[in-house]
Design a protein around this ligand. Sequence first.
Ligand code: SF4
Length: 286
Amino acid sequence: MKKDDLIAPGHRTCAGCGPAIATRMMLRATGKNVVICHSTGCMEVTTTQYPLTSWKVPWIHVLFENACSVAAGVREALDAQGKEDVTVIAFGGDGGMADIGIRAMSGLMERGHNVLIVIYDNEAYMNTGIQRSGSTPWHAATTTTPAGKISKGKEQWKKDMVAIAVAHHVPYAATASIAFPFDLEKKIKKALEIKGPKFLHIHAPCPIGWYFSSEKTVEVAKLAVDSKMWALYEVENGEKKLTYKPKGTPVADYMKLQKRFRHLSEEDIKEYQKRVDESFGKMFGK
Ligand code: SF4
């Protein structure tokens, strides 16, 4: 990757912030010729406290719900000026993109704008106080799905955003992780070579909302992949391909570093393991 960082240090993310690592990696892969349309969220509020900004590339703050609409507009305006070479990225967290902004995202993908959509997934609304999102994993405790005597945390399975993107017939959709920088870089570069709407979903652990020690961010991210809690794959013109074969580490090893899962009993974790194995097997046949 290029050494120059296009996101300046001194911003106000928490120590060990996974989304900050994702942002840095994304910009190292895109280079300077890019416009970022960024929905509200952790990476937005922490990088742009007036009158300062950490962004060294053109950047626009957009509401939770319409980063993709604005990105589509920016794309069309650039094209009208003959600036087809400029990359446009719709960027945001899981709350802004996978939940609140999903309607605008669907519109962008269906209309076929030449935009890369990037979600940094910290698996809850961290910026507003750790509320669950559609991307929060099953049984994780959040402030709106607290674990206790009558609850084991979030009741629903994590939303499958790549499947939603693929259902829009996008030419390229993929997942990535901050623990696999070269895989992430390769996917962004590949996506940018393809014309049309592209989708990248980056898993980005949050020490504050997942309750782990801030020096363990990359370790937690790697365990998510090796335990099959987060698969690294891509779908190119409908063809699905794993880009990393996970080691098959027990999900318990991933969970034990995070307090959001600490309420789960051995029995619960066994059931969890079964569901993760089934889900991975259904997707990749192994
Ligand atoms: Fe990053 Fe989490 Fe802090 Fe938000 S709350 S800035 S995602 S570490």
